[in-house]
Design a protein around this ligand. Structure first.
Ligand code: SAM
Length: 288
Protein backbone atom coordinates (compact mmCIF):
# COMPACT_ATOMS: atom_id res chain seq x y z
CA UNK A 1 0.00 0.00 0.00
CA UNK A 2 1.36 3.45 -0.88
CA UNK A 3 1.49 5.80 2.13
CA UNK A 4 -0.99 8.68 2.15
CA UNK A 5 0.50 12.05 1.25
CA UNK A 6 1.06 14.27 4.33
CA UNK A 7 -1.61 16.85 5.09
CA UNK A 8 -0.59 20.50 5.22
CA UNK A 9 -0.37 22.24 8.60
CA UNK A 10 -3.27 24.63 9.31
CA UNK A 11 -2.73 28.21 8.09
CA UNK A 12 -1.21 30.71 10.53
CA UNK A 13 -2.77 34.15 10.15
CA UNK A 14 0.09 35.89 11.94
CA UNK A 15 2.46 34.74 9.19
CA UNK A 16 0.22 36.07 6.44
CA UNK A 17 -0.66 32.58 5.25
CA UNK A 18 -3.30 33.12 2.59
CA UNK A 19 -2.71 30.38 0.08
CA UNK A 20 -3.44 30.91 -3.58
CA UNK A 21 -5.85 28.20 -4.71
CA UNK A 22 -7.00 29.40 -8.13
CA UNK A 23 -5.12 27.53 -10.91
CA UNK A 24 -5.97 30.25 -13.40
CA UNK A 25 -4.19 32.87 -11.31
CA UNK A 26 -1.19 30.56 -10.89
CA UNK A 27 -1.01 30.28 -14.70
CA UNK A 28 -1.23 34.06 -15.09
CA UNK A 29 1.61 34.64 -12.62
CA UNK A 30 3.80 32.09 -14.37
CA UNK A 31 3.04 33.63 -17.77
CA UNK A 32 3.94 37.07 -16.39
CA UNK A 33 7.23 35.73 -14.98
CA UNK A 34 8.13 33.99 -18.28
CA UNK A 35 11.01 32.07 -16.69
CA UNK A 36 13.67 30.75 -19.06
CA UNK A 37 15.25 27.33 -18.47
CA UNK A 38 18.62 28.86 -17.55
CA UNK A 39 17.21 31.20 -14.89
CA UNK A 40 17.34 30.99 -11.10
CA UNK A 41 14.19 31.96 -9.23
CA UNK A 42 14.07 33.31 -5.68
CA UNK A 43 10.73 32.69 -4.00
CA UNK A 44 9.83 34.21 -0.64
CA UNK A 45 7.21 32.23 1.27
CA UNK A 46 6.62 29.14 -0.90
CA UNK A 47 3.86 28.00 1.49
CA UNK A 48 2.24 24.83 0.16
CA UNK A 49 4.14 25.14 -3.10
CA UNK A 50 1.42 26.27 -5.49
CA UNK A 51 3.98 28.43 -7.32
CA UNK A 52 7.10 26.50 -6.30
CA UNK A 53 6.12 23.30 -8.07
CA UNK A 54 5.49 24.83 -11.54
CA UNK A 55 8.51 27.15 -11.10
CA UNK A 56 10.76 24.12 -10.51
CA UNK A 57 9.49 22.65 -13.77
CA UNK A 58 10.61 25.64 -15.83
CA UNK A 59 13.57 27.19 -13.98
CA UNK A 60 17.13 25.98 -13.71
CA UNK A 61 16.96 26.35 -9.92
CA UNK A 62 14.45 27.62 -7.35
CA UNK A 63 15.75 29.05 -4.07
CA UNK A 64 12.81 29.31 -1.70
CA UNK A 65 12.82 30.66 1.85
CA UNK A 66 9.97 29.77 4.20
CA UNK A 67 9.76 30.98 7.79
CA UNK A 68 7.30 28.30 8.98
CA UNK A 69 9.26 25.15 9.79
CA UNK A 70 6.17 22.89 9.63
CA UNK A 71 5.25 24.23 6.24
CA UNK A 72 8.82 23.83 5.00
CA UNK A 73 8.81 20.19 6.21
CA UNK A 74 5.51 19.61 4.42
CA UNK A 75 6.88 21.17 1.25
CA UNK A 76 10.07 19.12 1.32
CA UNK A 77 7.91 15.96 1.39
CA UNK A 78 5.53 17.03 -1.35
CA UNK A 79 7.52 19.17 -3.77
CA UNK A 80 10.07 16.64 -4.94
CA UNK A 81 12.30 18.48 -7.37
CA UNK A 82 16.07 18.13 -7.35
CA UNK A 83 16.45 21.79 -8.41
CA UNK A 84 14.56 23.08 -5.34
CA UNK A 85 16.83 24.67 -2.76
CA UNK A 86 14.47 25.09 0.20
CA UNK A 87 15.69 27.11 3.16
CA UNK A 88 13.91 27.59 6.46
CA UNK A 89 14.17 31.08 7.94
CA UNK A 90 13.10 34.69 7.86
CA UNK A 91 13.43 36.24 4.40
CA UNK A 92 14.35 39.54 6.08
CA UNK A 93 17.55 37.85 7.25
CA UNK A 94 18.29 36.13 3.97
CA UNK A 95 21.87 36.25 2.70
CA UNK A 96 21.47 37.79 -0.76
CA UNK A 97 25.08 37.13 -1.63
CA UNK A 98 24.01 33.50 -2.20
CA UNK A 99 21.83 34.50 -5.16
CA UNK A 100 23.41 34.40 -8.62
CA UNK A 101 23.39 37.53 -10.78
CA UNK A 102 20.20 37.86 -12.82
CA UNK A 103 17.96 36.06 -10.33
CA UNK A 104 14.23 36.44 -10.92
CA UNK A 105 12.03 37.00 -7.86
CA UNK A 106 8.60 35.39 -7.96
CA UNK A 107 6.56 35.59 -4.77
CA UNK A 108 3.18 35.92 -3.22
CA UNK A 109 4.56 38.11 -0.44
CA UNK A 110 3.29 37.80 3.14
CA UNK A 111 1.38 41.07 3.46
CA UNK A 112 2.31 41.88 7.06
CA UNK A 113 5.94 42.26 6.01
CA UNK A 114 5.70 43.12 2.30
CA UNK A 115 6.95 46.73 2.61
CA UNK A 116 10.26 45.92 4.38
CA UNK A 117 10.74 42.97 2.02
CA UNK A 118 10.27 45.23 -1.01
CA UNK A 119 12.77 47.76 0.38
CA UNK A 120 15.23 44.93 0.88
CA UNK A 121 14.70 43.43 -2.58
CA UNK A 122 15.17 46.84 -4.21
CA UNK A 123 18.33 47.47 -2.20
CA UNK A 124 19.65 44.13 -3.48
CA UNK A 125 18.83 44.90 -7.09
CA UNK A 126 22.34 44.29 -8.40
CA UNK A 127 21.61 40.53 -8.21
CA UNK A 128 18.04 40.69 -9.48
CA UNK A 129 16.87 41.14 -13.07
CA UNK A 130 13.11 41.31 -12.54
CA UNK A 131 10.38 40.56 -10.03
CA UNK A 132 6.83 39.36 -10.25
CA UNK A 133 5.29 39.85 -6.84
CA UNK A 134 1.84 39.65 -5.39
CA UNK A 135 1.05 42.47 -2.99
CA UNK A 136 -1.91 44.05 -1.31
CA UNK A 137 -3.40 46.48 -3.83
CA UNK A 138 -2.64 49.46 -1.59
CA UNK A 139 1.12 48.68 -1.64
CA UNK A 140 1.01 48.02 -5.40
CA UNK A 141 -0.41 51.52 -5.87
CA UNK A 142 2.36 53.00 -3.72
CA UNK A 143 4.98 51.61 -6.10
CA UNK A 144 3.47 53.76 -8.84
CA UNK A 145 2.73 56.82 -6.64
CA UNK A 146 3.56 60.27 -8.04
CA UNK A 147 4.49 63.54 -6.24
CA UNK A 148 1.55 65.22 -4.49
CA UNK A 149 -0.45 62.00 -4.70
CA UNK A 150 -1.62 60.23 -1.59
CA UNK A 151 0.15 56.99 -2.60
CA UNK A 152 3.52 58.74 -2.93
CA UNK A 153 6.16 57.90 -0.31
CA UNK A 154 9.64 56.50 0.32
CA UNK A 155 8.70 53.19 -1.31
CA UNK A 156 7.53 54.97 -4.49
CA UNK A 157 10.78 56.92 -4.77
CA UNK A 158 13.07 53.97 -4.14
CA UNK A 159 11.15 51.64 -6.44
CA UNK A 160 11.00 54.19 -9.28
CA UNK A 161 14.74 54.83 -8.93
CA UNK A 162 15.56 51.10 -8.99
CA UNK A 163 12.98 49.66 -11.38
CA UNK A 164 10.12 50.22 -13.75
CA UNK A 165 6.94 48.70 -12.45
CA UNK A 166 3.61 47.74 -13.94
CA UNK A 167 0.46 46.58 -12.21
CA UNK A 168 -0.12 43.38 -14.20
CA UNK A 169 -3.51 42.31 -12.83
CA UNK A 170 -5.67 42.25 -9.71
CA UNK A 171 -6.59 39.10 -7.84
CA UNK A 172 -9.91 38.83 -6.02
CA UNK A 173 -9.77 37.61 -2.43
CA UNK A 174 -11.93 34.61 -3.44
CA UNK A 175 -8.79 33.11 -5.05
CA UNK A 176 -7.17 32.48 -1.64
CA UNK A 177 -7.75 30.17 1.32
CA UNK A 178 -8.24 31.60 3.87
CA UNK A 179 -9.51 34.73 2.15
CA UNK A 180 -7.54 37.90 2.93
CA UNK A 181 -9.45 41.02 3.98
CA UNK A 182 -7.63 43.20 1.46
CA UNK A 183 -7.51 43.26 -2.34
CA UNK A 184 -4.40 41.90 -4.04
CA UNK A 185 -2.50 42.67 -7.22
CA UNK A 186 0.42 41.23 -9.14
CA UNK A 187 3.13 43.73 -10.01
CA UNK A 188 5.93 43.17 -12.53
CA UNK A 189 9.13 45.09 -11.81
CA UNK A 190 11.99 45.30 -14.24
CA UNK A 191 15.22 46.31 -12.54
CA UNK A 192 17.10 49.31 -13.97
CA UNK A 193 20.78 48.29 -13.86
CA UNK A 194 22.80 50.78 -11.81
CA UNK A 195 24.92 53.05 -14.01
CA UNK A 196 27.65 55.43 -12.85
CA UNK A 197 26.67 54.69 -9.28
CA UNK A 198 29.30 54.12 -6.61
CA UNK A 199 28.69 51.33 -4.12
CA UNK A 200 27.36 53.62 -1.38
CA UNK A 201 25.05 55.76 -3.48
CA UNK A 202 21.96 53.59 -3.03
CA UNK A 203 22.50 53.48 0.73
CA UNK A 204 22.79 57.28 0.90
CA UNK A 205 19.86 57.79 -1.49
CA UNK A 206 17.70 55.50 0.61
CA UNK A 207 18.72 57.36 3.74
CA UNK A 208 17.93 60.77 2.24
CA UNK A 209 14.53 59.61 1.02
CA UNK A 210 13.56 57.91 4.26
CA UNK A 211 14.71 60.88 6.33
CA UNK A 212 12.63 63.22 4.15
CA UNK A 213 9.50 61.09 4.52
CA UNK A 214 10.04 60.23 8.18
CA UNK A 215 7.83 63.13 9.18
CA UNK A 216 5.41 63.53 6.30
CA UNK A 217 3.77 66.68 7.58
CA UNK A 218 7.04 68.49 8.33
CA UNK A 219 9.11 70.65 6.01
CA UNK A 220 12.18 69.07 4.44
CA UNK A 221 14.57 71.07 6.58
CA UNK A 222 12.83 70.04 9.82
CA UNK A 223 12.53 66.42 8.75
CA UNK A 224 16.25 66.17 7.99
CA UNK A 225 17.20 67.99 11.18
CA UNK A 226 15.03 65.62 13.25
CA UNK A 227 16.85 62.71 11.63
CA UNK A 228 20.18 64.05 12.83
CA UNK A 229 21.56 65.72 9.71
CA UNK A 230 23.58 68.87 10.50
CA UNK A 231 21.68 72.07 9.71
CA UNK A 232 24.49 73.64 7.65
CA UNK A 233 24.70 70.59 5.38
CA UNK A 234 20.94 70.58 4.81
CA UNK A 235 20.77 74.30 4.12
CA UNK A 236 23.77 74.30 1.80
CA UNK A 237 22.53 71.27 -0.15
CA UNK A 238 18.99 72.63 -0.56
CA UNK A 239 20.37 76.08 -1.38
CA UNK A 240 22.66 74.74 -4.09
CA UNK A 241 19.68 73.11 -5.79
CA UNK A 242 17.35 76.08 -5.23
CA UNK A 243 14.95 73.81 -3.35
CA UNK A 244 12.76 75.74 -0.94
CA UNK A 245 13.51 74.30 2.56
CA UNK A 246 9.85 74.75 3.41
CA UNK A 247 8.80 72.17 0.83
CA UNK A 248 7.62 68.80 2.05
CA UNK A 249 8.93 65.40 0.90
CA UNK A 250 5.72 64.57 -0.95
CA UNK A 251 6.40 67.42 -3.43
CA UNK A 252 9.87 66.17 -4.41
CA UNK A 253 10.42 64.25 -7.66
CA UNK A 254 12.69 61.20 -7.88
CA UNK A 255 15.24 63.28 -9.82
CA UNK A 256 15.22 65.94 -7.10
CA UNK A 257 15.95 63.25 -4.50
CA UNK A 258 18.85 61.99 -6.64
CA UNK A 259 20.28 65.52 -6.95
CA UNK A 260 19.73 66.17 -3.25
CA UNK A 261 21.59 63.01 -2.28
CA UNK A 262 24.58 64.11 -4.38
CA UNK A 263 24.45 67.60 -2.88
CA UNK A 264 24.21 66.33 0.72
CA UNK A 265 27.16 64.02 0.12
CA UNK A 266 29.16 66.86 -1.40
CA UNK A 267 28.47 69.30 1.42
CA UNK A 268 28.94 66.65 4.11
CA UNK A 269 32.40 65.93 2.65
CA UNK A 270 33.31 69.61 2.35
CA UNK A 271 32.09 70.18 5.90
CA UNK A 272 33.98 67.07 6.97
CA UNK A 273 30.99 64.98 8.00
CA UNK A 274 31.06 61.31 7.03
CA UNK A 275 28.35 60.55 4.42
CA UNK A 276 25.33 58.67 5.69
CA UNK A 277 25.86 59.79 9.26
CA UNK A 278 22.23 60.69 9.85
CA UNK A 279 20.58 58.37 12.30
CA UNK A 280 17.77 57.15 10.09
CA UNK A 281 16.21 54.46 12.17
CA UNK A 282 12.87 54.32 10.42
CA UNK A 283 10.51 51.41 10.54
CA UNK A 284 9.90 50.63 6.83
CA UNK A 285 6.65 48.94 7.82
CA UNK A 286 5.17 52.29 8.76
CA UNK A 287 7.07 54.43 6.27
CA UNK A 288 4.82 55.01 3.26
N1 SAM B 1 3.38 31.07 -2.04
C1 SAM B 1 2.24 30.53 -1.34
C2 SAM B 1 0.98 30.75 -2.14
O1 SAM B 1 1.02 31.56 -3.07
O2 SAM B 1 -0.01 30.13 -1.83
C3 SAM B 1 2.11 31.13 0.05
C4 SAM B 1 1.93 32.62 0.09
S1 SAM B 1 1.45 33.23 1.68
C5 SAM B 1 0.66 34.74 1.20
C6 SAM B 1 2.96 33.85 2.37
C7 SAM B 1 3.98 32.80 2.77
O3 SAM B 1 5.12 33.47 3.30
C8 SAM B 1 3.54 31.83 3.84
O4 SAM B 1 3.92 30.54 3.47
C9 SAM B 1 4.29 32.29 5.10
O5 SAM B 1 4.54 31.26 6.03
C10 SAM B 1 5.57 32.82 4.49
N2 SAM B 1 6.25 33.84 5.30
C11 SAM B 1 5.69 34.74 6.15
N3 SAM B 1 6.64 35.55 6.66
C12 SAM B 1 7.81 35.17 6.12
C13 SAM B 1 9.15 35.62 6.27
N4 SAM B 1 9.46 36.66 7.06
N5 SAM B 1 10.12 34.97 5.59
C14 SAM B 1 9.83 33.92 4.77
N6 SAM B 1 8.57 33.46 4.60
C15 SAM B 1 7.58 34.08 5.26
Amino acid sequence: MTPLPPSPPPPLKRLGQHFLTDPNMVRKILAEAAIRPDETVFEIGPGRGVLTDPLCRVASRVIAVEIDKKLADYLSQTCLHSNLDLRTGDALEFDYSTLPQGTVVVANLPYYVSTPLLFQLLEQRSRISRMVVMLQLEVAKRLAGKPWGRDYGALSVLSQYCATSRLAFKIPSSCFRPRPEVDSAVVALSVIPPEHEDEYFLRDFNQTVRAAFAHRRKTLVNSFRDQGLPMTTIQDALGELHIDPKRRAETMTVQEFIDLTHAIRHHATVENIPPGNADVSIDPETTP
